[in-house]
Ligand binder design. Structure first.
Ligand SMILES: Nc1ncnc2c1ncn2[C@@H]1O[C@H](COP(=O)(O)OP(=O)(O)OP(=O)(O)O)[C@@H](O)[C@H]1O
Length: 249
């Protein structure tokens, strides 16, 4: 008998309208398997943020369902869901608010009741994975933007999430910091969903991409194939940087 491992994420028939009546999602279906790295692409206003906010219950399904590792996102599962879905915001300063890096990274696991050597191991391990262990005793606001983004990733990794969701991870990074973060993300053994307008970054990091457009999944496939389809990109206001050539299949 073949086994069917539970996917990290299953979204089914998800529709959502904001209280003012703006319909942002019109029936989204997607499945992301454990360990996959997937880019979520789409023009401004496509519904990407609205979808992401459903993944950890900031918004709850108007219609349809969201399951993380087989667990329905609902009011009574929210605590567990927030542990399993690690959201890295676009602005690290939305995530870092303690006097030291150590305290920021310890905050989540400590909230789960972790203490002592186990907490210390979690914090060090998470910082080591993002190459920021040396900064453990520094105030986050003394770090560069790129370093703060890495610490923000560590705060989420310290929760040992099922799925890491990143909003525009390459924004405001210089080329070296961008490349270093890509190396870090590539080496993580966690499911990754990355919202990005940076198509080369999606190509570099994610074998698979989804295009969300007008509140529906307009395409789901190999990143390389999607980005090589000029008509598809144009139809959804996606543009590769000038002169960028997608490597041949
Ligand atoms: N709080 C809100 N109230 C009403 N409508 C909203 C609200 N937030 C977003 N919307 C609308 O929902 C739709 C989807 O917006 P959303 O922010 O999810 O798009 P997005 O794909 O993340 O865009 P961007 O790439 O610009 O960040 C848009 O029409 C937007 O105007």
């Amino acid at each position: 008998m073949t086994s069917h491992p539970v996917p990290s994420l299953e979204v089914s028939g998800l529709a959502y309208a904001y209280p003012d009546g703006t319909q942002a999602l019109f029936g989204v279906d997607l499945v992301i398997g454990r360990g996959e790295r997937v880019a979520l692409l789409g023009p401004n206003g496509a519904g990407k943020t609205t979808l992401v906010m459903h993944l950890n219950g900031i918004l709850t399904a108007g219609h349809g369902s969201v399951r993380v590792a087989g667990l329905d996102v609902r009011a009574d599962t929210m605590k567990e869901i927030r542990r399993r879905v690690g959201l890295v915001f676009q602005d690290p300063d939305d995530q870092l608010f303690m006097p030291t890096v150590r305290e920021d990274v310890a905050f989540g696991p400590a909230n789960l009741g972790m203490r002592g050597a186990e907490l210390d191991r979690r914090v060090r391990d998470a910082l080591d994975r993002v190459g920021m262990l040396d900064a453990i005793d520094r105030p986050p606001h003394h770090l560069s933007f790129g370093q703060r983004r890495r610490v923000a990733v560590a705060t989420v990794l310290a929760m040992e999430p099922e799925i890491l969701v990143l909003d525009e991870p390459s924004s405001n990074l210089d080329p070296a910091a961008r490349r270093e973060l890509a190396e870090i993300l590539r080496n993580l053994d966690v499911t990754v969903l990355m919202v990005t307008h940076d198509l080369p970054y999606a190509l570099e990091l994610c074998e698979r991409s989804l295009i969300l457009s007008g509140g529906v999944i307009a395409a789901d496939g190999a990143t390389r194939a999607l980005l090589a389809d000029a008509d598809l990109l144009a139809a959804h206001r996606l543009e590769l940087p000038y002169g960028f050539a997608v490597p041949a299949l």
